[in-house]
Design a protein around this ligand. Structure first.
Ligand code: OAD
Length: 239
């Protein structure tokens, strides 16, 4: 049973968006939308073949804005927990670069791996909202003269975003919940150990056991649209 619960930290991964029609990274023969991750998600790939990398993220951005891609019951359940939880805070950390949490009504989403609907100035690092395709000829509005822009995505070998706030939240967490993440990519894969060491009760919600499953105190395996609403219902009953 859970001890006194106040602060909740939720970490989401690609699995929460799978039933919204967005492919996960590692459930498709190691390919992400027909590409090896090292060909599209590293600074080296961007230096080697920028046109391919721009094209790849333009396609992901367009896919995200297709009518069929919508938040699912799991995104809505997380938003409900954020709105109705009275005893403390609900910090939402996501590795996902989609905006489905926001569209479901979640607030203060910490996108540790960046955001698809955003472009970043290569010189100042300033990020701005962007729905449209862009490429090597595109320029920022923050510098004079304007500088090139890149996808606002954290690639392998780069520092994830918001780590100060995330570590503080993990330190103060009473409950840590990982939803739809394989536990293969650090530092996110290390969050369960950090939260547990600080006394949090750790819950894994996934289609199947992740690589870090033994570090969790409890598990519920099934599609996110089933297990996440079930978990939220239970938390709010105990609230
Ligand atoms: P992965 O593709 O590694 O793992 C997806 C997880 O979702 C797996 O554990 C699946 O079992 C689970 N899953 C799949 N369908 C599900 C469903 N319907 N309901 C519940 N769970 C389901 O994705 P992430 O762990 O998010 O980083 O990957 C982490 C990072 O690796 C990504 O953010 C990305 C990637 O390379 C960067 O691009 C920097």
């Amino acid at each position: 049973m859970m001890r006194r619960m106040r602060n909740i930290v939720i970490l989401t991964g690609a699995g929460i968006s799978a039933e919204s029609g967005l492919k996960t990274f590692r459930d498709n023969d190691g390919l992400w939308e027909q590409h090896a991750i090292e060909d599209v998600a590293t600074p080296q790939a961007f230096a080697r073949d920028p046109a391919l990398v721009y094209r790849f993220y333009n396609a992901r951005r367009a896919q995200l804005q297709q009518q069929a891609v919508k938040p699912n019951l799991a995104h809505h359940a997380v938003a409900r927990l954020q709105k109705e939880w009275r005893q403390g805070t609900v910090t939402l950390v996501t590795q996902n670069v989609d905006d489905l949490h926001e569209r479901a009504g979640c607030s203060n989403v910490l996108h540790m791996h960046g955001e698809l609907l955003s472009q970043r100035c290569c010189r100042s690092n300033q990020a701005v909202y962007c729905k449209e395709p862009f490429d090597a000829t595109s320029r920022c509005q923050c510098c004079d003269p304007p500088s090139p822009v890149r996808p606002d995505i954290v690639w392998f070998g780069e520092m994830p975003m918001h780590m100060d706030r995330i570590e503080k939240a993990l330190y103060n967490a009473d409950v840590f919940v990982a939803i739809g993440t394989s536990g293969q990519v650090y530092p996110a894969a290390g969050f369960v150990a950090m939260a547990s060491q600080c006394g949090a009760h750790a819950v894994e919600l996934n289609l199947k056991a992740s690589d870090t499953n033994t570090l969790f105190d409890e598990h519920d395996y099934g599609p996110a649209t089933v297990v996440v609403p079930r978990f939220v219902e239970r938390m709010l009953k105990e609230n």
